[in-house]
Design a protein around this ligand. Structure first.
Ligand SMILES: *Cc1c(COP(=O)(O)O)cnc(C)c1O
Length: 400
């Protein structure tokens, strides 16, 4: 903003996503923070170079890897969306953000707890690089809630959460888990990609590190890979140190597209959530459907926690079909006119994905009444999507 903001003016999230991160010294009056490209930063003289090296460089031109106003603007905007947060850093993907946050808080001999419903690449970090470094991973029931206190062991250093879970959408009792962790001095991390700070401001709920695959709703247009970690009070320095040592940085062009996407994130999330819920409710009434796993619907494990803690629905959910076969599921998905088939989500276009979550579990069992499909609802007309799914369900049934 060119004009200084009146700090007393009332501001809610709809206004904040439009204004956040647009500091005048970075935009110079331009509406969108411009793309500042840099590797080398030139100094006036040796004294200037030496003085700069002694200063805090998080928001000061130092060397390209530490970013320019383009990256700082997006990082700052994400911090502003998390009341109480200390700072945000950006990563080249959501997985890079998760891996770096875990490496920032864990040391050999430590144990980290990860929910059994976690995104599979997150499980792989635990079973792969962390294990190799002598850090143990204990998977836990995502619905354990306050019962997590009984699972915490002497080596437990961090509790990772993902709410709702990938594929199966269990909503975790984040406040209860955070309370149990705080009582034992344990660090908490949350993959908040589904809700974003707009539906679940995690730092205000006591989470120490909240992580976004910005690839999804922040970017919103399925054309950039990007991740972020936002640190709670007193937690930024450990993250900054690990991030710098690992050489993590993102291109200014990608950060700029992230900022551009952010401006419409509330509008997209509201509309995609509304349309997804209408479609989920329609599906729930269909005889071919056993359960609809959308956190805003009673079928979904943890629905009561969702109703208590979240500001609204997002646009991604799963459907459990009744009986039938994989061939029926394939016929349904392959024939859809308006749904793409692919990974990722959070863009403006609808997607359908066959999922088999039972293969990923180790400490809980996943049982389903039939094949499952995950749907990402985009900005297409809701009734067009429903008609497409209706024809798809007919193909599912016909295939037997
Ligand atoms: C996609 C996704 C990630 C990883 O993000 P990338 O940018 O694809 O690396 C992490 N967590 C969740 C819940 C995701 O859906």
């Amino acid at each position: 903003m060119t004009k200084p903001r009146d700090p007393a003016a009332p501001i809610t999230d709809a206004t904040r996503v439009v204004q956040a991160g647009r500091r005048e010294e970075w935009t110079q009056g331009i509406v969108n923070p411009p793309v500042w490209r840099a590797s080398t930063i030139l100094y006036d003289d040796v004294a200037d170079l030496r003085a700069n090296a002694r200063r805090d460089t998080t928001h000061r031109l130092f060397y390209g890897r530490r970013g320019t106003p383009t990256q700082w603007s997006l990082a700052d905007a994400l911090t502003e969306l998390e009341p109480g947060a200390e700072g945000t850093l950006l990563y080249p993907s959501g997985v890079a953000a998760i891996a770096t946050a875990l490496l920032a808080v864990l040391s050999p001999g430590d144990e980290v707890m990860i929910p059994d419903s976690a995104y599979d690449p997150t499980r792989s970090i635990g079973n792969g690089i962390l294990k190799r470094m002598g850090i143990a991973t204990r998977f836990y029931d995502p619905l354990v809630g306050a019962g997590i206190a009984d699972l915490i062991g002497p080596a437990t250093r961090a509790i990772f959460m993902e709410s709702p879970g990938s594929l199966t959408f269990e909503v975790q009792d984040v406040p209860a888990i955070v309370a149990a962790a705080k009582a034992r001095g344990i660090v908490t991390l949350l993959d908040n990609t589904w809700a974003t700070p707009l539906l679940f401001p995690a730092i205000a709920r006591g989470v120490d590190y909240t992580i976004l695959a910005c690839t999804k709703y922040v970017v919103g247009h399925s054309d950039v890979m990007l991740g972020s970690v936002t640190a709670g009070p007193g937690r930024f320095e450990a993250l900054r140190s690990a991030t710098y040592q690992l050489g993590q940085c993102v291109s200014p062009d990608d950060a700029w597209l992230g900022s551009r996407g952010l401006r419409t994130m509330k509008l997209r999330l509201d509309e995609q959530g509304r349309s997804a819920l209408a479609i989920a409710e329609w599906l729930k009434r269909r005889p071919e459907v056993a359960r609809v796993l959308h956190p805003a619907m009673p079928d979904c494990p943890g629905h009561e926690v969702f109703a208590r803690d979240f500001a609204g629905p997002a646009g991604l959910f799963s459907v459990v079909l009744r009986g039938g076969s994989d061939a029926g599921r394939v016929a349904m998905i392959d024939g859809l006119a308006h749904f793409g088939i692919g990974y990722s989500w959070g863009g403006y276009e609808s997607l359908a994905l066959p999922i088999d979550p039972q293969h990923y579990r180790t400490v809980t069992q996943w049982k389903a009444e039939g094949p499952m499909i995950r749907l990402q609802i985009g900005l297409e007309d809701t009734n067009n999507l429903i008609a497409d799914l209706e024809a798809g369900l007919a193909r599912f049934t016909a295939a037997g």
